[in-house]
Design a protein around this ligand. Sequence first.
Ligand SMILES: N[C@@H](CCC(=O)N[C@@H](CS)C(=O)NCC(=O)O)C(=O)O
Length: 206
Amino acid sequence: MARWTLYTAPGTCALATHIALREANADVEIVRLDFGANQQQSAAYLKLNPKGRVPALATEDGVLTENVALLAYIAQRHPQAQLAPLDDAFAFAKMQEFNSYLASTMHVAHAHKRRGARWADDPAAHESMRAKVPQTMTACAAQIESQIAGPWVLGERYSVADSYCFTIASWLEGDAVDVSPFPRLLALRERVAARPAVQRALAEAA
Ligand SMILES: N[C@@H](CCC(=O)N[C@@H](CS)C(=O)NCC(=O)O)C(=O)O
């Protein structure tokens, strides 16, 4: 397998994919973009990923984007790491169900805090979207809390769903969510944070 390159930026959802790569012991170079300098919109990066977002993973077969696709791909390419239920189609689909909710609902709810310009031009609409974030993120956290089969998202086995859940759930306090009603989520975050691969990814991503 040729060396891969992960394009990431500090404090972003790309941490989920970064963690999965370290869990898999993948041969990968980490490239951090500077969002402050708008590097995600540079001509060189847009050539690689026309979406202008992170994560993007350059592989021997081409560039892949979207956490949900990347996490499944990393697990499939590194079966020895056991990062997904690869031999159980229903369990794999349940993992994808969980991850898709994080990507399509919870991440999007969070983005209404600072990225309102994606959906409206009126500054009053941005403010209105921002004001709703604590409520929508609380509802998302409750949804996740009810789905954690615990100790890990899928039950007894750690999976890429845990790295993704950890990443998105780390935004809750910053979104003014009272996390005290979510003990399973809090315990899961601590469990994930204690893993050596996660410590390494956090240090590299900072
Ligand atoms: N659905 C995508 C979302 C990617 C995304 O929105 N990434 C954000 C960081 S969390 C980004 O790159 N934002 C840059 C920008 O909006 O300019 C995924 O899960 O990979």
